[in-house]
Design a protein around this ligand. Structure first.
Ligand code: GLU
Length: 457
């Protein structure tokens, strides 16, 4: 089987970590099965969908490392949906309804007050041609419902009809079609709700697996019926749990909560975000995984929790630091070059500073300190200044290597009797302008004798 999956965001805001989870589950599933990954914008709602959000979503996904094989826009595919509508109408499976939202709400309330499930009673099916004409003459436009196959020929007598599937995450699932209202596929103004375009495209694009949030489990019952009504076998479904914030609230595209954009701007590493988005709620502990291949191997849909999982952004800082600490120069090279970190010194510099960074762009600051000198040594008190001057006079001759720092400070210890903090801190402040940072033993060879002497206070 040629595996094909899709991520189908509506471009109504920036994607957040929960959306990224869905995208990554699909992406990693494709990666592991040598499959195709389609980014399909669910933008049939022309009012709320914005091209700038679609663009931003694509940029954010690429930043994360999710690179679609193709990008599709549902807004460019209305012809296909119109065709499907005609087929359903011809088969008597799509029927016109004229109730206003207020009338529907009233029906719901009446049913609820009688302790009946608030399921649409299919009253529109009993409308005569004259009745329909009268409503249209009043200016009402129809919306269109899909007649669910939950009856034996008489739609006014629905009966229990279980639609079942083996869910990649949740195991055996079933939905009773008699518990659902016939879904509206087309609105009064002719616009499409998500249900039909999604199924039509899953068929047209030969999707083999649909992995999405568990807020769609009920939709799946109706959508499986729709696949069959359109003459297609449904794909395999997997419904993963949703992420909530650390305080348990749901994430929303519209509020911008934990957006991928925001996390990027905070300097979080893409693989830290991907690792947390994928491994949260999984069977194993959450660790920073450096490559998508490895993350794909760890994806275990069947062992993912079925209840919602809390996502704590604090973990991202730790995962980012872990990734930076172990990041080989080759993996950082291009990004460092963008900060002007180039040349022969770039690699030893990276190896010296990477363990001390909480975000990669801090390397730019350390590069400036190493190549240009500290921006501030005002913290050095007067007695320490004298000590540092004397220490610089005692610098060992070049060539310098990783042992130079020890040779130098051992000598200073002997000569001055200073030790511990009193010995190291003035040197650190004079050389870097900061009370903490990368190991001085690693930095010293980068400064060189001349560079070190230039820091004489
Ligand atoms: N736009 C829908 C969502 O973001 C797509 C659901 C699906 O994958 O079918 O929830």
């Amino acid at each position: 089987m040629n595996v094909a999956v899709r991520f189908a965001p509506s471009p109504t805001g920036l994607i957040h970590i929960g959306n990224a989870r869905t995208a990554l589950f699909n992406w990693l599933f494709a990666l592991r099965n040598d499959g195709r990954f389609v980014l399909r914008f669910d933008d049939t709602d022309c009012e709320r969908s914005k091209p700038e959000f679609a663009e931003a979503i694509e940029v954010d996904l690429r930043w994360l490392g999710v690179i679609p094989d193709t990008v599709e826009h549902q807004s460019a595919r209305f012809g296909l949906y119109d065709e499907a509508v005609e087929r359903l109408k011809a088969a008597g499976l799509l029927y016109a309804c004229y109730e206003t939202p207020e009338e529907l709400e009233l029906k719901r309330k009446v049913l609820l007050s009688r302790r009946l499930p608030p399921v649409y009673g299919r009253e529109a099916l009993t409308l005569s041609d004259a009745g329909r004409a009268r409503l249209e003459a009043e200016g009402r436009r129809p919306h269109w419902r899909f007649l669910l196959p939950n009856h034996d020929g008489d739609p006014s007598k629905p009966r229990k009809t279980l639609v079942a599937w083996d869910d990649l995450v949740r195991g055996r699932q079933s939905v009773d079609l008699a518990s659902l209202s016939d879904p509206v596929l087309v609105r009064e103004d002719g616009s499409y709700l998500y249900t039909l375009p999604s199924v039509v495209d899953d068929i047209a694009m030969a999707m083999t697996h649909v992995i999405r949030g568990d807020d769609h489990v009920t939709n799946t019952g109706a959508q499986i019926a729709l696949f069959r009504a359109l003459g297609a076998e449904p794909p395999v479904f997997g419904h993963h749990n949703l992420l909530t914030s650390a305080t348990g609230e749901g994430l929303s595209k519209r509020t911008g909560a934990l957006s991928i954009r925001g996390l990027r701007e905070q300097g979080m590493e893409p693989m830290a975000v991907a690792s947390l988005a994928v491994l949260t709620g999984g069977a194993d502990s959450i660790q920073a995984v450096a490559s998508m291949r490895e993350l794909a191997e760890r994806l275990d849909l069947a062992r993912t929790s079925r209840s919602s999982s809390k996502f704590d952004p604090i973990d991202l800082e730790r995962l980012t630091q872990d990734l930076l600490r172990d990041m080989p120069f080759a993996a950082a090279r291009e990004r460092l070059a963008a900060y002007g970190v180039t040349g022969e010194m770039a690699e030893p510099f990276w190896l010296a500073v990477r363990g001390n960074l909480s975000r990669l762009d801090e390397a730019a600051l350390w590069w400036r300190i190493v190549t240009e000198g500290p921006d501030d040594d005002s913290e050095l008190i007067e007695t320490d200044r004298a000590f540092v001057r004397a220490a610089l006079d005692a610098l060992p001759p070049e060539p310098w290597d990783a042992t130079t720092w020890k040779t130098w400070t051992d000598g200073l210890k002997q000569a001055t009797g200073r030790k511990g903090r009193a010995l190291y801190m003035p040197l650190r402040i004079a050389l870097t302008g900061r009370p903490s940072g990368p190991e001085l033993a690693d930095l010293l060879p980068l400064l060189g004798r001349e560079g070190t002497l230039a820091r004489r206070p």
